[in-house]
Ligand binder design. Structure first.
Ligand code: RB5
Length: 157
Protein backbone atom coordinates (compact mmCIF):
# COMPACT_ATOMS: atom_id res chain seq x y z
CA UNK A 1 0.00 0.00 0.00
CA UNK A 2 0.96 3.62 -0.43
CA UNK A 3 0.86 5.27 2.99
CA UNK A 4 0.92 9.05 3.28
CA UNK A 5 2.24 10.66 6.44
CA UNK A 6 1.62 14.25 7.50
CA UNK A 7 1.95 16.21 10.72
CA UNK A 8 1.72 19.67 12.19
CA UNK A 9 4.37 21.07 14.53
CA UNK A 10 2.91 19.05 17.40
CA UNK A 11 3.38 15.78 15.54
CA UNK A 12 6.30 16.26 13.17
CA UNK A 13 8.90 14.68 15.43
CA UNK A 14 6.85 11.50 15.90
CA UNK A 15 5.97 11.40 12.20
CA UNK A 16 9.68 11.61 11.28
CA UNK A 17 10.60 8.94 13.83
CA UNK A 18 7.91 6.64 12.46
CA UNK A 19 9.13 7.08 8.89
CA UNK A 20 12.72 6.46 9.93
CA UNK A 21 11.88 3.29 11.85
CA UNK A 22 9.53 1.90 9.19
CA UNK A 23 12.15 2.50 6.50
CA UNK A 24 14.81 0.89 8.66
CA UNK A 25 12.72 -2.27 9.03
CA UNK A 26 12.13 -2.35 5.24
CA UNK A 27 8.39 -1.87 5.44
CA UNK A 28 6.76 -3.41 2.36
CA UNK A 29 4.67 -0.26 2.00
CA UNK A 30 5.47 2.82 -0.04
CA UNK A 31 5.91 5.54 2.56
CA UNK A 32 5.08 9.06 1.38
CA UNK A 33 6.13 12.02 3.50
CA UNK A 34 3.79 14.97 2.97
CA UNK A 35 5.46 17.09 5.69
CA UNK A 36 5.55 19.25 7.73
CA UNK A 37 9.02 19.44 9.08
CA UNK A 38 8.00 20.87 12.43
CA UNK A 39 9.92 24.09 11.89
CA UNK A 40 6.88 26.37 12.08
CA UNK A 41 5.32 26.47 15.55
CA UNK A 42 2.40 28.41 14.13
CA UNK A 43 1.38 25.89 11.48
CA UNK A 44 -2.17 24.52 11.66
CA UNK A 45 -3.21 20.88 11.74
CA UNK A 46 -6.24 21.31 9.41
CA UNK A 47 -3.83 22.20 6.60
CA UNK A 48 -2.01 18.89 7.00
CA UNK A 49 -5.27 16.98 7.37
CA UNK A 50 -6.45 18.46 4.09
CA UNK A 51 -3.15 17.73 2.34
CA UNK A 52 -3.28 14.11 3.41
CA UNK A 53 -7.00 13.76 2.68
CA UNK A 54 -6.49 15.11 -0.82
CA UNK A 55 -3.72 12.59 -1.47
CA UNK A 56 -6.19 9.80 -0.64
CA UNK A 57 -9.02 11.37 -2.62
CA UNK A 58 -6.72 11.72 -5.64
CA UNK A 59 -5.63 8.08 -5.29
CA UNK A 60 -2.04 9.11 -4.69
CA UNK A 61 -2.16 7.23 -1.38
CA UNK A 62 -4.24 4.32 -0.09
CA UNK A 63 -4.17 5.22 3.58
CA UNK A 64 -2.75 7.87 5.85
CA UNK A 65 -1.07 8.44 9.17
CA UNK A 66 -1.75 11.92 10.49
CA UNK A 67 -0.02 13.27 13.58
CA UNK A 68 -0.72 16.36 15.66
CA UNK A 69 -0.14 17.06 19.33
CA UNK A 70 -3.07 15.03 20.60
CA UNK A 71 -4.33 13.37 17.43
CA UNK A 72 -7.73 14.90 18.14
CA UNK A 73 -7.65 17.99 15.95
CA UNK A 74 -6.16 15.97 13.12
CA UNK A 75 -8.98 13.43 13.23
CA UNK A 76 -11.72 16.05 13.57
CA UNK A 77 -10.39 17.90 10.52
CA UNK A 78 -9.69 14.81 8.40
CA UNK A 79 -13.19 13.42 8.96
CA UNK A 80 -14.62 16.51 7.27
CA UNK A 81 -13.25 15.31 3.98
CA UNK A 82 -15.32 13.14 1.67
CA UNK A 83 -14.20 9.54 1.80
CA UNK A 84 -11.96 9.97 4.82
CA UNK A 85 -12.59 7.83 7.87
CA UNK A 86 -10.10 8.97 10.48
CA UNK A 87 -9.70 8.26 14.16
CA UNK A 88 -7.26 8.70 16.99
CA UNK A 89 -6.01 5.31 18.13
CA UNK A 90 -3.58 5.10 20.98
CA UNK A 91 -3.90 1.35 21.42
CA UNK A 92 -3.27 -1.52 19.02
CA UNK A 93 -6.76 -3.04 19.32
CA UNK A 94 -8.49 0.10 18.03
CA UNK A 95 -5.87 0.53 15.32
CA UNK A 96 -6.64 -2.82 13.69
CA UNK A 97 -10.31 -3.03 14.58
CA UNK A 98 -10.87 0.45 13.14
CA UNK A 99 -9.78 -0.90 9.77
CA UNK A 100 -11.42 -4.33 10.07
CA UNK A 101 -14.85 -3.07 11.15
CA UNK A 102 -14.97 0.60 10.15
CA UNK A 103 -12.72 0.77 7.08
CA UNK A 104 -10.69 3.52 8.77
CA UNK A 105 -8.28 4.96 6.23
CA UNK A 106 -6.50 7.58 8.32
CA UNK A 107 -4.84 6.74 11.62
CA UNK A 108 -4.33 9.77 13.84
CA UNK A 109 -1.74 9.89 16.58
CA UNK A 110 -0.79 12.40 19.24
CA UNK A 111 2.88 13.22 19.22
CA UNK A 112 2.53 14.57 22.75
CA UNK A 113 0.67 11.48 23.94
CA UNK A 114 2.46 8.37 22.71
CA UNK A 115 6.15 7.60 22.35
CA UNK A 116 7.79 6.09 19.32
CA UNK A 117 7.72 2.46 20.46
CA UNK A 118 3.98 2.37 21.16
CA UNK A 119 3.27 4.47 18.07
CA UNK A 120 5.22 2.02 15.94
CA UNK A 121 3.21 -0.93 17.25
CA UNK A 122 -0.02 0.97 16.64
CA UNK A 123 1.02 1.78 13.07
CA UNK A 124 2.03 -1.84 12.43
CA UNK A 125 -1.38 -3.03 13.71
CA UNK A 126 -3.12 -0.49 11.45
CA UNK A 127 -1.11 -1.36 8.35
CA UNK A 128 -1.52 -5.09 8.93
CA UNK A 129 -5.32 -4.89 9.04
CA UNK A 130 -7.82 -5.11 6.19
CA UNK A 131 -11.54 -4.34 6.09
CA UNK A 132 -13.49 -7.52 6.86
CA UNK A 133 -16.31 -6.86 4.39
CA UNK A 134 -18.58 -8.90 6.68
CA UNK A 135 -22.19 -7.96 5.91
CA UNK A 136 -22.76 -6.18 9.24
CA UNK A 137 -19.58 -4.13 8.83
CA UNK A 138 -20.35 -3.35 5.20
CA UNK A 139 -23.87 -2.25 6.19
CA UNK A 140 -22.52 0.11 8.86
CA UNK A 141 -19.88 1.64 6.63
CA UNK A 142 -22.52 2.06 3.93
CA UNK A 143 -24.60 3.99 6.47
CA UNK A 144 -21.62 6.26 7.13
CA UNK A 145 -21.28 6.82 3.39
CA UNK A 146 -24.99 7.60 3.19
CA UNK A 147 -24.65 10.24 5.93
CA UNK A 148 -21.73 11.70 4.02
CA UNK A 149 -23.74 11.80 0.79
CA UNK A 150 -26.70 13.47 2.49
CA UNK A 151 -24.46 16.04 4.17
CA UNK A 152 -22.58 16.89 1.00
CA UNK A 153 -25.84 17.46 -0.84
CA UNK A 154 -27.12 19.94 1.70
CA UNK A 155 -28.15 17.75 4.62
CA UNK A 156 -31.58 16.57 5.69
CA UNK A 157 -34.52 18.72 4.55
C1 RB5 B 1 -0.98 22.41 18.33
O1 RB5 B 1 -0.41 23.11 19.38
C2 RB5 B 1 -2.01 21.43 18.84
O2 RB5 B 1 -3.15 22.12 19.26
C3 RB5 B 1 -2.34 20.44 17.76
O3 RB5 B 1 -1.17 19.79 17.36
C4 RB5 B 1 -3.29 19.31 18.15
O4 RB5 B 1 -2.93 18.74 19.36
C5 RB5 B 1 -4.72 19.60 18.09
O5 RB5 B 1 -5.56 18.72 18.34
Amino acid sequence: MRIAFAADHGGAELKDQLLERLRAESSPHELIDLGGDGSDPTDDYPDFAERLGLAIQRHEADRGVLVCGSGVGASVAACKMIGIRASVCHDTYSAHQGVEHDDMNVLCLGGRVVGIELALEIVRAYLGATFSNAPRHRRRVDKILAIEARESSGGQP
